[in-house]
Design a protein around this ligand. Structure first.
Ligand SMILES: Cc1ncc(COP(=O)(O)O)c(C=O)c1O
Length: 398
């Protein structure tokens, strides 16, 4: 494992970020999500025995594997962005077009059938395709070379025209945008680039629902706020949204750690270089953490993380595999959490840092001790069950 502290972390309240990701905006977002019949807050699991065993006060896992029956948090972003896109086309504020109105025959007659296009490692595309289908529209989804066939099937099952490209994630994103421009489709992509900012911002705003729920569950059910939050990152949209929300909504900002696989550690590299430029990883990003295999940082995500994240960590697949086992095979008294390769890496990280004396210095740098209340997000379940079994049973990774 490698880690780099963020020398710029200032944690001052930023008006722009507060306006985009603070409590007020997040209320509008969650109100839209609540209009979906499938909406229910996901569980916040308290791992009391694990906390005691590792020597921290509490560990909470927000279990996004339960979200809308789709296995990951990603649908929160795709659904909200599609909602905003349709509301704009209708010339109405989103508050006036909840789910049942967007599904109504009058709206469908006005808008006709639209096609939403995106690139994905699996979870985001599944959320976009599912939302499109729910609202009577179409979707076209591109997956990077080497993508899981099971994850492709999931996307097919919700009606998308889905294919696996010959490129990595970032080039598949460019391909999706090009095809969309040619065919007049709407791009719903979870990262931004010059001239394409609004929809990725809406996607990030969509993610605030899970941080909003988690904080409310922590305060109302447990009477506490987190001292630490560990977030996994691909392009950094999820990490940025969660950290921005918590910083805006909490009195004292939690210590935040952003975690990536070695093979796709673009945010780690960007922080390490410290030259004000975004640093990318190119080529095939060969990691079991498919959801985190992204080589180019999301600029808005980086804007937030460069200001608020305390530390960036780059680590091997074995840490994710350990996290899957720790969560799925808990200590007596704790509930099991089924967590996929990208979902479990923060639990793996916490268990290693607290268990292994070699990481004592890191533990101290993060002030992880008996007073720490650690919040983790299980961002996906066993979205490829065969892969889950391979990793958990056979530990087939470095
Ligand atoms: C399960 C899972 N966790 C985390 C992430 C990371 O999100 P982001 O790319 O916004 O950093 C992804 C992205 O696809 C994912 O699928």
């Amino acid at each position: 494992m490698k880690f780099v502290r963020n020398p710029q972390a200032r944690k001052r309240k930023s008006t722009r970020i507060n306006e985009l990701f603070g409590k007020e905006e997040s209320q509008n977002v969650i109100q839209f999500h609540r209009s979906f019949p499938q909406y229910a807050p996901t569980p916040l699991v308290s791992l009391k025995q694990l906390a005691q065993y590792l020597g921290v006060k509490a560990i909470y896992v927000k279990d996004e594997s339960q979200r809308f029956g789709l296995g990951s948090f990603k649908v929160l972003g795709g659904a909200y962005a599609i909602g905003r896109c349709l509301a704009q086309k209708l010339g109405q504020p989103l508050e006036q077009v909840p789910f049942d109105k967007l599904q109504s025959s009058s709206v469908r007659e006005t808008l006709g059938t639209l096609t939403f296009a995106t690139a994905t490692d699996g979870n985001h595309g599944r959320g976009v395709a599912w939302t499109a289908k729910q609202l009577g529209h179409k979707s076209v989804v591109y997956m990077p070379k080497g993508s899981s066939l099971r994850r492709l099937q999931h996307i097919q099952e919700v009606g998308a025209d889905v294919s696996i490209t010959d490129w990595n994630y970032d080039d598949s994103v460019r391909h999706a945008a090009k095809e969309a421009a040619t065919h007049g489709w709407e791009v719903i992509q979870d990262t931004s680039w010059e001239g394409y900012v609004d929809t990725p911002t809406h996607i990030m705003q969509g993610y605030t629902t899970m941080a909003n729920e988690a904080l409310e569950q922590l305060v109302s059910e447990e009477g506490s706020q987190p001292t630490h939050v560990f977030v996994q990152a691909g392009v950094g949209a999820f990490a940025g949204a969660v950290i921005a929300y918590l910083n805006a909504a909490m009195d004292h900002s939690p210590t935040s750690v952003v975690i990536e696989p070695h093979e796709a550690n673009c945010l780690f590299r960007t922080c390490e270089a410290g030259d004000g430029k975004l640093h990318r990883v190119e080529g095939e990003m060969n990691t079991i953490m498919a959801g985190l295999a992204c080589g180019e940082p999301n600029p808005l995500g980086w804007e937030i993380l460069s200001e608020f994240a305390d530390m960036f960590v780059s680590l091997p697949d074995s840490v994710a595999a350990r996290g899957m086992r720790v969560l799925g095979n808990p200590l007596l008294g704790d509930a099991p959490v089924i967590s996929g390769e990208s979902g479990a890496v923060t639990a793996g990280f916490l268990s290693i840092v607290m268990n292994d004396q070699r990481w004592l210095d890191l533990r101290n740098q993060l002030s992880l001790n008996a007073d720490s209340i650690v919040l983790l997000f299980n961002t996906e379940g066993d979205t490829d069950p065969e892969m889950y079994r391979q990793v958990v049973w056979n530990c087939e990774c470095d």
